[in-house]
Design a protein around this ligand. Structure first.
Ligand SMILES: C[S@@+](CC[C@H](N)C(=O)[O-])C[C@H]1O[C@@H](n2cnc3c(N)ncnc32)[C@H](O)[C@@H]1O
Length: 243
């Protein structure tokens, strides 16, 4: 079906709950203005190469596929989107599949856990996007080792990083059993590493060159909050990692 009018698009997506602010064309945009603005800002901060002609891309934890479709738009030769938990819930893949259909996208997709990826399972990719997934993992270092094994040129890793009142310069990460093992128990902090810990984990996973693109904003204010609440806070960290 050709989605050549807003009416046809709106009819196709009428029961879908979106996580990502995807532009479906004909003026049909998802999510509220502030979410759209946040994603536009993220795109600037992440510094994904503008021209991806000749690149293959893996988007880990793709969810509705905002970044997968963006890489396709930037000319990537091939994009593979993978995910587990969000896609495993009832209707969890509806947004991704509808956007793919409406956009006439060729983005490939596979339900696989990042702990299970390997060159044999999915091949290798020039560019790997790993946004907002690390702190969900039971085994973040194993996840990064798996990612190193399938990355050819560049990994872009975006995660919450830990902001304790003091000791931020140490390689700290809280215990977290992984999303699938919380068994209803609440954890104040997930597997959120300090920036120093993230750097050391990336090096331990085999990456050789790290370029820190972003460190948390309002850092000193958050440290003050950490002191008052007696609880580490967090902020955004972005690292480009190469071999
Ligand atoms: C916070 S969302 C981030 C989504 C998207 N990457 C972004 O930055 O907007 C985390 C995503 O990671 C996925 N995820 C969590 N654990 C995963 C795992 N072990 N392997 C693959 N995907 C995972 C979730 O299902 C969810 O879609």
């Amino acid at each position: 079906m050709a989605y050549d009018s807003a009416e046809k698009i709106l009819e196709r997506i009428k029961d879908i709950r979106w996580a990502h602010p995807i532009d479906l064309g004909h003026g049909v945009m998802q999510r509220e203005w502030h979410v759209r603005r946040r994603f536009e800002r993220r795109l600037k901060l992440l510094q994904i190469p503008e021209n991806l002609k000749g690149w293959t891309v893996l988007d880990i934890g793709a969810w509705d596929g905002y970044f997968s479709f963006e890489c396709e738009r930037r000319g990537a030769d091939r994009v593979l989107a993978i995910d587990t938990y969000a896609w495993d819930t009832p209707h969890g893949m509806d947004g991704f599949l509808a956007a793919r259909e409406i956009l006439g996208s060729k983005v490939e997709y596979k339900r696989i856990d990042v702990h299970d990826i390997s060159p044999a399972e999915i091949g290798k990719f020039d560019l790997v996007l790993f946004f907002g997934v690390l702190y969900h993992l039971r085994n973040p270092l194993i996840g990064l080792e798996r990612i190193a094994s399938i990355t050819k040129k560049l990994l872009i890793c975006e995660t919450h990083v830990l902001l304790p009142f003091i000791h931020e310069r140490h390689a700290l990460i809280p215990f977290f059993p992984g999303d699938e093992e919380t068994r209803g128990q609440f954890y104040d902090l997930c597997a959120i590493p300090t920036l120093e810990c993230l750097k050391q984990m990336l090096l331990a996973a085999g990456f050789k060159h790290l370029d820190v693109k972003y460190t948390p904003s309002f850092r000193y204010w958050k440290k003050f909050v950490a002191l008052v609440r007696n609880l580490p806070q967090s902020g955004r960290g972005i690292i480009h990692a190469k071999f």
